[in-house]
Design a protein around this ligand. Structure first.
Ligand SMILES: Cc1ncc(COP(=O)(O)O)c(C=O)c1O
Length: 343
């Protein structure tokens, strides 16, 4: 029998559990383009309420949810301000510009450690060139090693946005992880943002799905934007049921994923590749700048022994813990990676 693959590439690789599959099979469905899928409608109302907002809209991916939200706040030809490593400007393949006509200006990539005064100085007011219409933050910060932006930083950004009369969007693909790590209530996060995207297929274990969250007026517009982008689906309650199951069963257990990520960090800290104090959630980044192996070299060596990790950059390796990895899988990853990383 071949040994089990330990897949640490992403928390998107999980398979639906038996309970989730049963919920999907039992879902009541209807045509969601007509607004007639009761399971989708329930999920949207439930998620909006979790964050204390008026409405939410189901979208097929986090990227689409982000791009819909950005188009709600940033009119064509105006500016979005965000981190240089934000998912919305790196991994969404130019969508803000190509689809939304949005001009993006970034502050130097800093993960969760946002310099609020710097952001304030970058906001461009009307009459001084392309006007800034929104600030985007990412909670947790993916490229920033799953870092959690402190709640106080977000409150200060909200004040800046209020002063400037602009919006704040949160890419909350992994906001559940921040909620579990810092104990900040989901509603408290919700109060700070005009628009949010939250994902039920990263870490929470649903096969598909994200939601855009905002006011009823903005979500009505979001329905049109989603349709335009080809994201309106029909009997999609089978997927929404998986999302609801994930929210009901898989939030609290994220603490286990965080503990397992911390174990990985502790194991590789003596090699000088990671500071465990920076590992707050389910992402572990290994800094390979001074190592004889580069990131693709680590990926290849680990893969040959059944452990999958990601090269995020030529000298940056990412490992992500999730629902489908138990303590034994983490033991195996440490056993395989330690000799590779000790070279
Ligand atoms: C922080 C963040 N935002 C958005 C997304 C986009 O999600 P999707 O892959 O569903 O488009 C991801 C994907 O991993 C992500 O990590």
């Amino acid at each position: 029998m071949s040994p089990q693959i330990v897949d640490l590439r992403s928390d998107t690789v999980t398979k639906p559990t038996a309970g989730m599959r049963a919920a999907m099979a039992a879902a009541e469905v209807g045509d969601d383009v007509y607004g007639e899928d009761p399971t989708v409608n329930d999920l949207q109302a439930y998620v909006a309420d979790l964050f204390g907002h008026e409405a939410a809209l189901y979208a097929p991916s986090g990227s689409m949810a982000n791009q819909i939200a950005l188009q709600l706040s940033v009119p064509r030809g105006s500016e979005l301000l965000c981190d240089g490593d934000a998912h919305v400007v790196t991994y969404e393949i130019g969508a803000a510009a190509a689809i939304g006509g949005i001009s993006t200006r970034t502050w130097p990539a800093c993960g969760p450690d946002i310099d609020v005064d710097l952001v304030a100085s970058l906001v461009r007011r009307e009459g001084f060139g392309v006007p800034t219409r929104a600030i985007a933050v990412e909670q947790t910060h993916n490229q920033g090693g799953g870092g959690v932006i402190p709640f106080e930083t977000l409150q200060r950004l909200r004040i800046i946005a209020n002063d400037a009369g602009i919006g704040v969007h949160c890419d909350g693909a992994r906001i559940w992880h921040a909620h579990v790590a810092d104990g900040v209530a989901l509603r408290s996060y919700g109060e700070l943002f005009d628009t949010m995207s939250v994902c039920i297929s990263k870490g929470l274990g649903a096969p598909v799905g994200s939601l855009v969250i905002s006011s009823a007026e903005k979500i009505a517009r979001a329905r049109t934007l989603r349709k335009r982008m080809g994201g309106a689906m029909r009997q999609v309650g089978v997927l929404a049921a998986a999302g609801r199951y994930a929210l009901d069963h898989h939030i609290d257990r994220l603490a286990d994923d965080h503990a397992r990520a911390h174990r990985l960090a502790e194991a590789f800290a003596p090699l000088g590749l990671v500071d465990p104090a920076r590992v707050r959630t389910n992402v572990v980044m290994l800094d390979m700048t001074k190592h004889p192996l580069d990131a693709p070299g680590v990926v290849a060596a680990a893969k040959a022994e059944g452990v999958r990790v990601t090269a995020m950059a030529p000298r940056l390796v990412r490992m992500v813990t999730h629902l489908d990895l138990d303590d034994a899988a983490i033991d195996r990853a440490i056993e395989v990676l330690t000799p590779i990383l000790s070279r």
